[in-house]
Design a protein around this ligand. Structure first.
Ligand code: C2E
Ligand code: MG
Length: 740
């Protein structure tokens, strides 16, 4: 069929629209109808666009020759077929957004405007863009459709490519930031209606930059690909993984709000990422830190939730890396603290608010000190004492560690030079300092300035230095040993421990990390066997061993039995100011008496935190004395009978249903119905929290959980307390409030 036949079929239509306007404007040159039809025929033959027409039933009354040809048939065969039967209306692949299907538009007699449709052709995918209008006769009767179509297959493919590029990360094939944000937003919107939860994990690789710098960018790229694959192995169909950029990854986990499960996933991810990588024959080891936030508890909107997860990530990194951390509103305070640390650190040295304190390293054999470890102490003008575990990482990130480390060396050597005999000073050296070529010169200067004999200075180095350039590490070892200082491997057993490092590195001492000591006395724990192995290897290599962080008498006797040559820990002494060290030494007190609890109580954390204790419909104020996975000791109510059911409100929607198991005046031992889980920060948290949906149902506005306590009755029945108290509340101020 040609345009000519079409027009004769629709003769009435043609004569109704005689293009009178054109004819009037350019009457002498105007084509006649035949000429115009010929023109249309030519246009049709170019294949740029095709024409079609249907009758009232949607059955084809016309189809351009080229169109029929593309369908692999003759146009005569197509006549009488339903137009819609030419297409498989698959809108999933519709990249133009949501549109109504063709069949719907035609039955409703709507205009069809540039509708992309998939043509029913076997073997390959062809897409047309179809337009058309309903036509009526003179009497206004609907007579069918007339329209055109165009092949958009190639255009569509390039659009899809472009949109894929815009949505996926070209390196790993994971969703990019744009797509993750879109996916998260649509999920959160839908889930809010359905009162469902969704967790987000933010990951940041630890030491990725080091690999990139030492092995090169192509190796860095390869590493990122392998990380993506490992993440996919762990996450599988539990969620969606994205790479927002750099060495950051994001995981969306719909319908998971159990913090026990999330913690397990987090630990598994950390474990997988921390296994060694092989990249073009080189070995690389990285780690990852993870921040976790859960909707609706920690945020309802994408931005709120992602920034909560980011804050948790930040805290995880600050907490020593290789950790996961759940968001809690306390972290906001942590972020403020970090800002304050960053701001204050530069002036801290100049203003004299940073000091060195000294903790004795005690010989196991006779409990005398062989030396002291120099530990930085910072008395922040507003914050009070800040732990070096908090400010050293900031100093490393901001580069201040260079000055700070140099100062510690100078000061440590000066102080040690005033100690009698051959007492040594151990100074911590950050991996950042170790990577600087200046270190040997700085060490020499500190020794010269103080007059301290080199063998009285011990440098404590962590295993992370082995992740740097092996040649540079070797040269640094050689130069430091040439000066005559001693080297100690600090925190052995954390991170990337490899006994292989010990064999080739010139260490004089191994410090066994306190995480090995902790728990070693528990039954069924294999730390003791590991300590034995480390001790015998150290002896074979002629190195001393220090058990770090020994707190209790049972730990002391265990590490003594296992043969560690030295002990450092609160069982002997914590770090003291130079003046106190000197006065002790002047009195000739080199021996230390072990003092401490007989046993280290496993899993008990001593806390002095205010909590809510809910009984029936009354809420009391209490103090949390200690907390373990399975229970807590609380103080605040008088004479609560054993067997009483209570709900412990630990804040931020954390409620633990408990039974009183022991009761002694104002102190109760509670057993939890559901054990607590790790919060990633060395603490514990409830698996579940009261849902903001439940609070909203009870009349509170739907929002992320703010900090503070959640009296059940407040949520349900208005201001607490609402019931009559059954027990006598002890004045909280009368409870002692001093931690160890
Ligand atoms: P570290 O080198 O592992 O130091 C031992 C840490 O364990 C010290 O924490 C010490 O106070 C603590 N400790 C000692 N005995 C016990 C115990 O029985 N129980 C417990 N729970 N802890 C005990 P501190 O002083 O907070 O230092 C933390 C970390 O900060 C140090 O860990 C070290 O890595 C770093 N640091 C401290 N001073 C410096 C410094 O001058 N330079 C560098 N680069 N890092 C430093
Ligand atoms: Mg140390």
């Amino acid at each position: 069929m040609t345009m000519h036949t079409l027009f004769s079929r629709f003769g009435r239509f043609a004569s109704e629209h005689p293009a009178s306007h054109d004819e009037k404007v350019a009457a002498p040159k105007a084509l006649d109808l035949r000429g115009r039809i010929a023109l249309m025929d030519e246009f049709e033959n170019t294949g740029l666009r095709w024409f079609w027409a249907t009758d009232e039933e949607g059955l084809l009354t016309y189809l351009s020759h080229n169109a029929a040809e593309q369908l692999g048939t003759d146009e005569a065969n197509m006549l009488g077929q339903k137009l819609t039967s030419l297409f498989t209306l698959d809108y999933e692949g519709n990249i133009d957004g949501v549109q109504r299907p063709l069949g719907f538009l035609m039955s409703a007699r709507h205009t069809i405007a540039d509708l992309p449709v998939k043509v029913a052709i076997d073997g390959h995918e062809v897409w047309w863009r179809v337009s058309g209008k309903p036509v009526s006769d003179a009497a206004g009767e609907f007579r069918g459709y007339r329209g055109s179509a165009k092949d958009i297959t190639a255009l569509r493919e390039s659009q899809i490519d472009a949109s894929r590029l815009a949505q996926f990360d070209a390196l790993t094939g994971l969703s990019n930031r744009h797509r993750m944000t879109k996916r998260l937003t649509s999920t959160l919107n839908a889930y809010r209606m359905a009162k469902r939860s969704c967790a987000v994990m933010m990951l940041d690789l630890d030491r990725f930059k080091q690999v990139n710098d030492t092995l090169g960018h192509p190796a860095g790229d390869e590493l990122l690909k392998q990380v993506a694959q490992r993440l996919e192995t762990v996450i599988r169909n539990k969620g969606e993984i994205g790479r927002p950029g750099g060495d950051e990854f994001q995981i969306m986990l719909p319908d998971i709000d159990d913090r026990g499960t999330l913690g397990e996933i987090g630990s598994r991810v950390i474990q997988m990422i921390s296994q060694p990588y092989s990249i073009d024959g080189s070995r690389a080891i990285i780690g990852t830190s993870i921040g976790i936030a859960i909707a609706p508890y920690d945020g309802l909107e994408t931005e709120e939730l992602v920034s909560a997860a980011d804050l948790a990530l930040y805290a995880a990194k600050g907490g020593g890396r290789g950790q996961f951390r759940f968001y809690s509103s306390e972290l906001k305070d942590g972020a403020n603290l970090r800002r304050q640390i960053e701001e204050g650190l530069r002036d801290a040295l100049a203003s004299g608010t940073i000091d060195l304190h000294y903790q004795p390293l005690v010989r196991t054999a006779n409990h005398t000190a062989s030396g002291f470890e120099a530990l930085m102490r910072w008395n922040h003008p507003e914050r009070g004492w800040i732990s070096p575990a908090q400010f050293i990482p900031v100093a490393e990130d901001t580069g201040i560690i260079g000055n700070l480390g140099e100062w510690a060396l100078m000061r440590g050597c000066q102080d040690a030079a005033t100690w009698p005999g051959d007492l040594r000073v151990a100074v911590n050296i950050s991996a950042v300092q170790f990577a600087s070529d200046d270190l040997p010169r700085i060490v020499e200067r500190a020794l010269q300035a103080s007059g301290l004999a080199p063998n009285r200075l011990e440098l404590e180095i962590t295993e992370s230095i082995f992740l740097g350039d092996p040649h540079a590490t070797h040269v640094m070892f050689r130069d430091l040993k040439a000066i005559g200082v001693r080297l100690a491997l600090d925190n052995f057993g954390t991170g990337y421990s490899s006994l292989g490092y010990l064999k080739d590195a010139p260490f004089d001492k191994i410090k066994i990390d306190q995480s090995f000591i902790r728990g070693a006395t528990e039954q069924g724990n294999n730390n003791a066997a590991l300590i034995t192995a480390i001790v015998s290897l150290a002896e074979a290599l002629d190195m001393e061993t220090v058990a770090e962080g020994v707190e209790s008498l049972d730990e002391l006797s265990l590490v003594t039995d296992l043969g560690t040559s030295h002990v450092q820990g609160f069982v002997f002494a914590s770090a003291l100011a130079q003046a106190e060290v000197l006065s002790r030494l002047e009195e000739g007190q080199l021996a230390y008496q072990p003092v401490g609890p007989a046993k280290h109580r496993a899993g008990r954390r001593t806390l002095y935190r205010k909590v809510g204790i809910i009984h029936e419909d009354h809420r009391y104020e209490g103090v949390l004395r200690n907390l373990s996975r399975t229970g807590a000791m609380v103080e605040g109510l008088l004479d609560v009978p054993t067997g009483t059911q209570l709900v412990l409100d630990m804040g931020e929607g954390q409620l633990a249903v408990s039974t009183v198991r022991r009761s002694n005046e104002a102190v109760q031992g509670l057993e939890f119905e559901t054990p607590l889980v790790d919060d990633g920060a060395g603490g514990l948290c409830t698996r579940h929290r009261i849902s903001p949906y439940a609070l909203a149902a009870a009349g509170m506005p739907l929002a992320a959980l703010p900090s503070g306590h959640y009296p059940l009755d407040q949520a349900a029945n208005g201001p607490a307390p609402s019931g009559r108290p059954k027990f006598l509340q002890v004045e909280l101020s009368s409870l002692s409030n001093s931690p160890r």
